[in-house]
Design a protein around this ligand. Structure first.
Ligand code: ADP
Ligand code: MG
Length: 260
């Protein structure tokens, strides 16, 4: 049993964490937390004329519930390709990708985007908010696409907005907010569907260092509350907040470092 603090805003996420019991069949000494996503021998090759670019070339990686993972590597090492596969934006050309136990490696585009919308919370470097919508409306967008907007979603959006420190800003539009506040909106939006994990693409790349620190602190808090986070970054300051740093090189995992 994994005990974690429950906060108001991430209650659903944290509640789920506390209901997981560990498997009794795992050998002693291994991390017995549930793998909420798992890449098994994943390849993503691109055919370029007569050549094959091996953007991912045999990735084995489990994302355990409650983990905070940073993915690092030099330019061209495969980070974006891995992010796209993890985020169900792309499919492996070989190997298996399991999300919440479901094999999504061979799903068609519409099924894949359904998994993406329901199970994964995205945070982008450029926030990707809709400028015409208020903060509250932006938060409801993920549920809107599932036809689930109503009083409940409004209450949830308010709760999450408060959780990320946006109280008093619910009726503002993105351009009336600072970069840090916009990223808070994006983080709250990513949590609206109670995703299995948050997937962040260089989430602080557009922020000054003080704001970056604030956003990293918010991610630390969410992680403490039980949210699983995977962040792709080339910034060591960001990676040092994670528990685990996965280093890519030439489409393979070069090494995995554990922090603290
Ligand atoms: P990173 O994000 O770490 O810089 P990428 O995942 O973008 O790395 O790219 C990994 C490798 O795959 C690079 O050699 C890149 O040129 C190649 N690559 C990425 N996307 C494509 C594509 N759509 N077509 C062909 N090659 C690609
Ligand atoms: Mg990239």
């Amino acid at each position: 049993m994994i005990a974690r603090q429950t906060s108001r805003a991430t209650g659903e996420v944290a509640d789920r964490v506390t209901t997981i019991t560990t498997s009794s069949t795992a050998p002693a000494g291994t991390d017995q937390r549930e793998a909420i996503a798992e890449l098994i021998g994943v390849q993503r090759h691109y055919r370029m004329g007569d050549n094959v670019v091996r953007a991912l070339d045999g990735i084995d990686l489990a994302i355990l519930r409650g983990e905070y993972i940073a993915i690092m590597g030099r330019s061209g090492s495969g980070k974006s390709t891995l992010l796209n596969v993890l985020g169900c934006l792309d499919r492996p050309t070989a190997g298996t990708y399991l999300v919440g136990g479901e094999d999504v490696s061979r799903l068609d585009d519409s099924r894949l985007s359904e998994v993406r919308g329901k199970k994964i919370g995205f945070i982008f470097q450029s926030f990707n908010l809709i400028p015409q919508l208020t903060v509250l409306e932006n938060l409801e967008v993920p549920l809107f696409y599932q036809g689930r907007v109503g009083p409940e979603s409004r209450a949830k959006a308010q709760r999450l907005a408060e959780r990320v420190g946006l109280q008093g800003r619910l009726d503002h539009r993105p351009l009336e907010l600072s970069g840090g506040q916009q990223q808070r909106v994006a983080i709250a939006r990513a949590l609206m569907n109670d995703p299995l994990f948050l997937l962040a693409d260089e989430a602080t790349g557009n922020l000054d260092s003080k704001t970056e620190e604030e956003i990293l602190r918010l991610l630390d808090e969410l992680h403490r509350d039980g949210v699983t986070i995977v962040i792709v970054t080339h910034n060591p300051k960001v990676a040092e907040r994670a528990q685990k740093v996965v280093w890519l090189k030439d489409g393979r995992i070069e090494r995995v470092e554990t922090n603290r």
